[in-house]
Design a protein around this ligand. Structure first.
Ligand SMILES: [Zn+2]
Length: 280
């Protein structure tokens, strides 16, 4: 999964560090990330010194994001870079899959989550005053009313619904991702993870489930969320009633009919592969 970068380690503890030219830089525009393309066409995360214009332009604006293997990385706010160089281009976040090193996808997507949060919290949500960066912790603090806003992480559940040797797989309606998916949704206020899972399965495919078994979790900065994955046994009828607003398809596949999943990034693929290979 995206977080499996061992022996490397992403250290998300908060610090206020000074940016240097050789430090890696994350900058985003319209949900896309700026990447550097070398002469062979390989994509990499750029360093501050590679950004167009003078380094001094960025030095003040660079926000320390986190470190990977003690290498500090910075976020540039706001998005006011000109695309002045042909070796720098904005790319879809999914283009980070396969970018070297192995932690590039986790770092880039986590930086995107942070970027989104900072941009939404430049002003206090209580009194509307301009907020300031926290001194000691990752937070936006209001100098007027002292309101503190912390990074928002939304819980999501994912359900692999099984009926013996069959797994219910879905495809999303109206989204770029066309591969196999599982039922997923945000946890609503006042709900447990289990309650959210039962509700989502009922809403999306009209099925009842029992015997929930925890599989694992995954940070998913694409949707500012953390996903908790569960296997769940079908209880009652296997007749699917599809929510066509959310899904374009939901079908039962036997273990033998499931194609090998090898993207190595998503918990969806990890869960489908675990079922295909008989681990669940
Ligand atoms: Zn305030």
């Amino acid at each position: 999964m995206i977080q499996d970068i061992a022996p490397h380690k992403l250290d998300n503890s908060y610090a206020r560090q000074q940016a240097e030219k050789e430090h890696m830089a994350f900058t985003f525009k319209d949900g896309k990330i700026l990447l550097h393309k070398d002469k062979e066409g390989n994509l990499t995360l750029p360093v501050l010194g590679q950004l167009p214009g003078s380094f001094e332009t960025y030095e003040e604006k660079a926000l320390y994001a986190f470190s990977v293997d003690q290498e500090p990385m910075f976020l540039i706010l706001p998005h006011d870079l000109e695309e002045g160089q042909t070796d720098l281009e904005y790319h879809d976040l999914r283009d980070l899959y396969g970018v070297s090193p192995v932690w590039a996808a986790l770092a880039g997507v986590t930086a995107s989550h942070l970027n989104h949060w900072y941009l939404e919290h430049l002003f206090c949500g209580c009194c509307g005053s301009p907020a300031k960066l926290g001194k000691w912790e990752r937070a936006m603090v209001c100098p007027q009313c002292k309101n503190i806003q912390y990074p928002r992480i939304s819980p999501v559940i994912m359900a692999a619904v099984t009926d013996g040797d069959r797994l219910l797989v879905t495809r999303y309606a109206g989204r770029p991702y066309k591969g196999l998916a599982l039922i997923a949704g945000f946890v609503e206020i006042g709900e447990s993870l289990e309650g959210a899972l039962r509700r989502e399965v009922m809403e999306e495919v009209g099925l009842e489930v029992e015997n929930l078994q925890y599989f694992g979790s995954q940070p998913w900065g694409f949707s500012d969320s953390v996903i908790s994955g569960f296997f769940a046994d079908l209880s009652g009828s296997s007749q699917v009633r599809l929510d066509r607003e959310e899904l374009s398809e939901a079908v039962w596949l036997h273990r033998d009919e499931i194609p090998k999943q090898n993207n190595g990034i998503s918990i969806t693929a990890a869960m489908i592969e675990a079922f295909r290979t008989g681990k669940f």
